[in-house]
Design a protein around this ligand. Structure first.
Ligand code: SF4
Length: 100
């Protein structure tokens, strides 16, 4: 678990708008985070790379099953892969996956 997540957990702190103002994207056009091509995804991910709440943002998107856009530095495809991997790991261990 990242130290970011220990300090701040948006999955239990309410709405996205309440915590997203702390992110590197707060001053960016929101449309940047809903790109239509791979170049756009890389632009959004570059902004996320300078963000202090990347881990919590990603967990929020996973927990809320947000399918579209770049969240926590991950593309839609990357988040689907994370969820799939967590489900597989949970099946192997017999545990319930978080945000799976
Ligand atoms: S990780 Fe990216 S999308 Fe999430 S708050 Fe930070 S800059 Fe915004």
């Amino acid at each position: 678990m990242s130290t970011q997540l220990l300090e701040f957990n948006p999955t239990i702190e309410g709405t996205a708008s309440a915590w997203m103002s702390r992110g590197a994207c707060a001053q960016s056009d929101p449309n940047v985070f809903f790109p239509h091509d791979g170049v756009g995804v890389e632009i959004a991910k570059a902004i996320c790379s300078d963000c202090r709440i990347t881990g919590p943002c990603l967990e929020y998107a996973l927990a809320h099953r947000i399918e579209h856009g770049v969240w926590g530095g991950c593309s839609e495809r990357q988040r689907r892969r994370i969820l799939r991997d967590r489900r597989a790991a949970a099946r192997e261990t017999g545990l319930v996956a978080v945000a799976a």
